[in-house]
Design a protein around this ligand. Structure first.
Ligand SMILES: [Zn+2]
Ligand SMILES: [Zn+2]
Length: 269
């Protein structure tokens, strides 16, 4: 079932994300391709590839926004925890179910409570306003795909701007001063936007990959929950996030077979 948080900060961030993507598409189409590539087949090529990346970016983003990150279901009836609280802290760690005082529910190992979603999330990494959702066990793959596509789009847009600046042969470039100035202004804004978002997602991606490879979510790292460093191979750890299907499927915003860490799984290496 799709989820959508009524968090003002998250809604603004989602809006800003799409505004930035559509603006990049506008500048690339109107001010770069229709001028620097007007009479060449490369123009159509860049237009198609650029919009395919935007398609993948939007699909991954929408899935990250709307999919259930791994919400732990609430119990049907109230549970009596009176004898449980004393030993709760000491039992927290790998392999043990814990109790969430706010949800008043048992939660599986590695689940944490998100104050914004107001629910416990399985293998919660962090709450991300850019997807207006938690990054957890069931949507981390889409979140990482979103980062990859934003990085790809930023690099692509920046390269097109650099090309349009360096090319001297531009018979269709505007000669009117005002139009010329608009072109320069839009190109500069797009360049800054690409650098800003590109570096931002690169930093988060490095963070995400180091979290995946150390088999430790951001919350576990901060809370120092004493998980032992995983000895699993990196590809196994990645398949736990991205699914066990073929590797090219890891980059597509669709479900990709069971994940390695699902409770029913007996996937060991
Ligand atoms: Zn909770
Ligand atoms: Zn959350």
């Amino acid at each position: 079932m799709p989820v959508f948080r009524k968090d003002p900060c998250g809604i603004i961030c989602v809006f800003v994300t799409y505004a930035a993507v559509f603006y990049a598409d506008y500048v690339v189409t109107r001010w770069i391709i229709l001028t620097s590539f007007y009479d060449s087949l490369w123009g159509s090529f860049h237009l198609v590839v650029f919009n395919i990346i935007i398609g993948f970016l939007s699909a991954a983003h929408m899935r990250a926004v709307l999919s259930d990150p791994g919400i732990v279901p609430l119990p049907q009836s109230r549970i009596d925890f009176s004898d449980y609280h004393a030993k709760e802290r000491s039992e927290e760690g790998e392999g043990n179910w814990t109790i969430c005082n706010r949800c008043e529910a048992y939660r599986p190992p590695r689940a944490h409570h998100c104050r914004i979603c107001n629910r416990c999330i399985r293998r919660m990494d962090h709450h991300c306003p850019w997807i207006n959702n938690c990054v957890g066990e069931w949507n981390q793959k889409y979140f990482m795909q979103f980062l990859i596509y934003v990085g790809l789009l930023s690099g692509y847009a920046a390269s097109l701007v650099v090309y349009s600046w360096t090319t001297t042969d531009c018979p269709y470039c505007p000669t009117d001063l005002l139009v010329k100035q608009s072109r320069v202004l839009h190109s500069v804004i797009l360049m800054l936007e690409s650098l800003l978002f590109g570096m931002f997602v690169l930093a988060i991606m490095i963070d995400q990959l180091s979290a995946v490879f150390s088999d430790e979510t951001a919350i576990e790292h901060v809370k120092r929950l004493g998980r032992h460093r995983s000895r699993k191979p990196r590809m196994t750890l990645l398949s736990e996030i991205c699914g066990r299907g073929p590797i090219f499927m890891w980059f597509l915003p669709c479900h990709n077979g069971p994940r390695g860490f699902e409770p029913s799984s007996n996937y060991h290496v």
